[in-house]
Design a protein around this ligand. Structure first.
Ligand code: ADP
Ligand code: MG
Length: 420
């Protein structure tokens, strides 16, 4: 293992790293350092919580020429919270240097950000939306001195919805520059795209074998949809939890769950994209300071965020897609700390489970009954109309609610007939 003191770093950076208690380089930090300094393009893949921010931030701070008052590095990230966190890390690294990092993201006044941009910024961290607002509507951002462009969570940034924005921003960087991609996941369809953005890149793929951190244990519980809330509450009560993030797939569902939990537990927070930005940041900061124990969240908290006290990540709603599983659960078990992931699965999700286990090399720990996944994939879902479990063998007995006995209401929807 290499030490930062063995690198040829500016003494101010070394001093900052000592303050941060960073001594040894993580594998991705060790491998990325020299290609970045050499000006190469780079695709760096490493597991969640492996120190990708500093892997990029340290060489960037080293390379900036503080006597040139211009944006020399541009870092694009998918969420506001991540922009905030990313710039915080660079702030720490550059604390004793004259390098000035700054972040722009939505939800805060553009006027204040504009003043800072006019004054002095060397490393700009931005969400694409806010950056484009600036590029379209103001003349406060000059990207002509950008030597390094970084896409953090690169696979997310190249997905539909983001890629148009990223393309627009790239079209503003017509001069020669290096491009760095950092990611924990890289689905095949995105990987194909990568070639069009990177020129002769150095490819570091450190998590091909080990998709999620070794320190993370993956628990699963099979429940009926009706029983899931009860199962969650029981789980939260019996587990020794320092801090947990509980993921839901929609704002509405998150809100419902928050209300249910508020009656039973102290210290519940809820973070989602619909909150006012100042509230979003304040919940996020309180959670980071461990002032909130349970944070219900939608996927805006799924990527990149670094919480050191999180002992548990709970998928109350099963995540859409394999990458989402990796990112959500990657909020715990970071930097070698132990972490627990708990995922509730219902009949509908059993089908995708086997490939999740295979692709992510998960060795699941089941609570209650272990569903026969082989039978599930053979029958391709529930086409045969049978359940995978006999009713009585469910891990948690089904509560009978009045609606269980009520007659099934059938509604017909009539679609309009269109005549040519
Ligand atoms: P990633 O982007 O790979 O998910 P982060 O960059 O968010 O990971 O880093 C995860 C955590 O590890 C952060 O809390 C960070 O402060 C810490 N960290 C990063 N590099 C080192 C290091 N060399 N030594 C000790 N801690 C580190
Ligand atoms: Mg990261």
């Amino acid at each position: 293992m290499m030490k930062f003191s063995e690198l040829d770093l500016k003494p101010e950076i070394l001093k900052a790293l000592t303050d941060m208690s960073y001594q040894d380089l993580t594998p991705i930090q060790e491998r990325a350092f020299s290609p970045i300094l050499k000006g190469r393009d780079l695709l760096a893949r490493a597991e969640t919580g492996s120190g990708k921010t500093a892997a990029c931030g340290i060489p960037l701070v080293q390379m900036i020429d503080p006597s040139l008052n211009a944006i020399q590095a541009l870092i694009l990230v998918p969420t506001r919270e991540l922009a905030f966190q990313y710039v915080e890390e660079i702030d720490k690294i550059s604390k004793f240097t004259d390098v000035t990092p700054f972040a722009i993201f939505g939800g805060f006044s553009m006027e204040i950000q504009k003043a800072k941009l006019r004054d002095r910024v060397h490393i700009l961290v931005a969400t694409p939306g806010r950056l484009i607002d600036f590029l379209y509507n103001t003349k406060s951002i000059d990207l002509s001195c950008v030597r390094t462009l970084v896409l953090d969570e690169a696979d997310e940034m190249l997905k539909m919805g983001f890629i148009e924005d990223v393309d627009f921003i790239l079209s503003c960087l017509i001069h020669e520059h290096q491009t760095l991609f950092f990611a924990a996941t890289m689905p095949e369809e995105i990987d194909r795209l990568v070639k069009t953005y990177l020129k002769g890149p150095v490819r570091l793929e450190l998590n091909k074998e080990q998709i999620s951190p070794q320190s993370l244990v993956h628990h699963f519980q099979y429940t009926g949809r009706q029983d899931r809330l009860k199962a969650l509450i029981e789980y939260l009560k019996k587990e020794e939890i320092n801090q947990a993030i509980i993921f839901c797939n929609s704002r509405h569902h998150g809100e419902k769950l928050t209300k249910e939990l508020e009656g039973k537990f102290k210290s519940i927070g809820y973070i989602h994209g619909g909150l006012e930005q100042s509230r979003r940041i304040s919940i996020f900061e309180r959670f980071r300071r461990n002032e909130i124990t349970f944070m219900v969240a939608t996927d805006i908290a799924g990527r990149g965020l670094d919480f050191s006290h999180v002992s548990h990540v709970i998928n109350y709603d099963y995540p859409f897609g394999m990458e989402s599983y990796t990112h959500r659960t990657g909020r715990t078990g970071r930097m070698g700390r132990s972490g627990t992931a708990m995922t509730f699965v219902t009949d509908e999700e059993l089908k995708g489970l086997q490939s999740l286990f295979q692709v992510n090399r998960i060795d699941p720990v089941w609570h209650g009954h272990i569903p026969d996944l082989q039978a599930v994939s053979k029958h391709r879902g529930r086409q045969d109309g049978k359940r995978y479990f006999k009713r009585g063998s469910r891990p948690i007995p089904r509560r009978r609610t009045p609606s269980d006995n009520s007659p099934v209401k059938v509604t017909f929807s009539v679609s309009p007939v269109v005549t040519a």
